[in-house]
Write a protein that binds this ligand. Structure first.
Ligand SMILES: Nc1nc2c(ncn2[C@@H]2O[C@H](COP(=O)(O)OP(=O)(O)OP(=O)(O)O)[C@@H](O)[C@H]2O)c(=O)[nH]1
Ligand SMILES: [Mg+2]
Length: 464
């Protein structure tokens, strides 16, 4: 379908779905939430356009789709809807809850954004050749809080995050007038882009409106400055300076557009290769999910077993302690406190007194032992839970020493807060999950690399 081996593509998709299904119960037992547990077999990749209002998102989409225009465009904030544009032979439009029903399964997270959000969701089915390979998502322009965020009656950041997670390529558009300064843009960039940096493409759009090279440098510099302040990345992402060609573009422009045409070509090339990207991000998601699940279950399992065996030892110690105390108290009573009660009538009053004394003394010892056990257990649990790094390092000592996977520690760091919170809560976890560790290792080291190899074979098929 995408110039990508059709059967390969389906194999990867069904393989990924099958993996998620097979491990859902393990994930449930260890309270791990998969990031993107279902994907549409035979589905198309998604590309989302984000950015300031009037940065040219809808114009770019219209340009890709050809005439007649699909999206409204205009200088003022034009659009307050997320619009998913998909292929279909009969052209149709859906709005609100009806739109959700039209979306592929992997959009299921969208439905949970609430009824107020759904009023801002549209699906447009269009019979355009371009849409046979990709779904395009247009978004409401980002504005200043004073102008409108308070007007939004749904969680805009959560909506953006959901669409970026579903998408295989995320275009973030800026225009020379507002290079990254609206408050919603700042909030989205600082809160919604973690973990998906590899899909993010920053575009400085409307390059044809620059008055000259200094004007361009000013806008570019301001954008870099703003991005550096809000994006939590080590390196600044590449900024593509582009424009959407319109009939008047070349006639009116005061700056040479040839240099920017190179960036336009790169962006178009990335759009062309987005089907391959869909498989890359699918493999990246599934690898991340399984690594995290594997680490979470092993660390929780190690803590759970340590505490269980401590309990077992405590029970033994308790039993021995009680027997010991009972014997001592019995002999003490018999020899000195209530002499020879065991040789007199067992039902005589001083025998009964002796039993009472022995019972109370042993009971006191039992109480002291259980208090000690309780605090001992709590202390051990606190030591383990507050020092989870040590548990992780012991569990992965060999893997860390020989460096099988360099990213184990990063994955661990990303889930440590949740695992700590889970262990502090009253959640119950299985003591042993027989075979889960072996099956997870098999998925991580055999099945997923197998799927990745298929995905790479897909690239080779595409190359001439
Ligand atoms: N010069 C120039 N103008 C552009 C370009 N792209 C879009 N425009 C103009 O910018 C204005 C806004 O474009 P839209 O496509 O509506 O912008 P948008 O990002 O969809 O805006 P909202 O939907 O309001 O968020 C329109 O008048 C477009 O004609 C471009 O590359 N160069
Ligand atoms: Mg628009």
């Amino acid at each position: 379908m995408f110039g990508f081996g059709q059967s390969n593509a389906r194999d990867i998709e069904t393989g990924v779905n099958r993996l998620y299904k097979a491990f859902q119960s393990t994930a449930d037992r260890y309270r791990y939430t998969f990031q993107r547990p279902v994907i549409t077999v035979g589905g198309r990749p998604n590309v989302v356009f984000l950015g300031n209002h009037s940065s040219g998102k809808s114009t770019a989409i219209n340009h890709l789709l050809g005439d007649p225009p699909v999206q409204d465009t205009g200088v003022a904030p034009t659009d307050d809807c997320f619009t998913v544009i998909m292929y279909g032979e009969t052209e149709q439009e859906y709005h609100g809850p009806a739109a959700v029903g039209q979306l592929p399964v992997e959009f299921s997270s969208i439905a949970s954004l609430g009824p107020d959000f759904l009023q801002h969701l549209r699906v447009k089915i269009r019979n355009r050749q371009y849409l046979k390979t990709v779904n395009l998502i247009d978004s409401p322009g980002m504005i200043d809080t004073a102008e409108g965020s308070s007007k939004r009656n749904y969680d805009f950041n959560a909506a953006v995050r959901s669409f970026t997670e579903i998408s295989d390529l995320v275009f973030f558009l800026f225009d020379p007038d507002k290079p990254g300064t609206t408050s919603e843009t700042v909030s989205v960039l600082s809160n919604c882009m973690f973990g998906i940096e590899f899909k993010l493409r920053v575009l400085l759009n409307k390059a044809d409106t620059f008055d000259g090279i200094y004007d361009f440098a000013r806008a570019y510099g301001t954008l870099c400055w703003n991005l550096a302040r809000v994006l939590n990345m080590k390196d600044l992402p590449t900024i593509y300076t582009t424009y959407t060609p319109r009939p008047e573009s070349r006639a009116k422009t005061k700056i040479d557009l040839d240099g920017f045409d190179k960036h336009r070509a790169q962006i178009l090339e990335q759009l062309r290769s987005v089907p391959q990207r869909r498989y890359d991000s699918m493999i990246a998601n599934v690898t991340g999910d399984f690594m995290r699940l594997s680490i979470q279950s092993r660390v929780i399992g190690a803590v759970r077993r340590d505490l269980f065996f401590r309990r077992v030892r405590q029970v033994f110690a308790f039993a021995i302690g009680i027997i010991f105390a009972f014997t001592i108290v019995w002999f003490l009573t018999d020899y000195s406190i209530i002499p020879n009660f065991s040789e007199s009538n067992w039902y005589s009053w001083h025998s009964l007194l002796a039993y009472l004394f022995i019972g109370v003394s042993t009971g006191l010892v039992a109480l002291l032992l259980s208090i000690a056990a309780h605090f001992g257990y709590r202390k051990r649990k606190a030591v383990l839970v507050n020092g989870l790094d040590r548990v992780f390092e012991e569990e992965y000592a060999e893997a860390l020493a020989i460096g099988v996977r360099k990213d184990i520690r990063q994955y661990w760091n990303s889930i440590r807060p949740e695992v700590t919170a889970l262990l502090k809560s009253k959640t119950r976890f299985p003591l042993f999950s027989w075979g889960a560790r072996r099956r997870l290792d098999n998925a991580i080291y055999d099945i997923i690399p197998g799927l990745a190899a298929k995905s790479r074979a897909g690239i080779k098929q595409q190359e001439p």
